[in-house]
Design a protein around this ligand. Structure first.
Ligand code: IMP
Length: 184
């Protein structure tokens, strides 16, 4: 079972739920007359986004974009390739971008620039987790669930080698998992 690979739980299921309710209430007030386009950045944001929108009883549309960031070592380089684009025009729309975690900030900065170029009326960044220590560009999330320390985390959408997204909490992996990967 995947739970066996977890060294410690960083954010519990209950704490995640509290964040989702708080952010859902805030966003509902802010966007109640704006018919926002809620944009999920695939794949990590899916769990958070589907929970969040169920706490936003206001008119809205949802769409998804899939991007791949090129990595240099362990950091995204800022080169973002669109794998799946939105199906909706963003011109004149109020966008709410949903992310799992903001790390260096490069991916979201690129996405914001893209949607500004496409003439979105406004763009807000919402993330369940934020690692402010790791930031290398000037990108501030507008709505943050929780700040986490500079550790690699998995669960609630976040993966390691595409696994662990289905954990219902945020955890840190055991060292042995990384070693196993090297040995494989
Ligand atoms: P950024 O461009 O460096 O901000 O990259 C953000 C993306 O990197 C996130 O959407 C995640 O997919 C991935 N990422 C960053 N930190 C972690 C982590 O601790 N666990 C899993 N994925 C992460």
């Amino acid at each position: 079972m995947i739970e066996q690979d977890i060294a410690k739980v960083l954010v519990t299921r209950e704490e995640l739920e509290e964040c989702v309710v708080r952010l859902g209430n805030q966003l509902s007030k802010e966007y109640k007359d704006k018919n926002p386009l809620v944009v999920g950045v695939l794949r990590g944001s899916v769990m958070f986004m589907t929970d969040l929108v169920r706490h936003m009883p206001i008119p809205m549309e949802i769409d998804f974009i899939d991007v791949s960031s090129y990595y240099e070592g362990t950091e995204s380089s800022g080169h973002v390739k669109i794998i799946k684009d939105l199906d909706t025009s963003v011109e004149g729309r109020h966008l709410i971008l949903i992310e799992d975690i903001v790390d260096t900030g490069r991916t979201l900065l690129k996405l914001k620039e893209l949607f500004e170029y496409r003439k979105a009326e406004s763009i807000a960044v919402v993330t369940i987790l934020d690692k402010p220590e790791r930031r290398v560009v000037d990108l501030k999330a507008d709505y943050v669930g929780l700040e986490v320390p500079n550790e690699f985390v998995v669960g609630y959408g976040l993966d390691y080698a595409q696994k662990y997204r289905n954990l219902p909490y945020i955890g840190v992996l055991k060292e042995s998992v990384y070693q196993r990967e090297i040995l494989d």
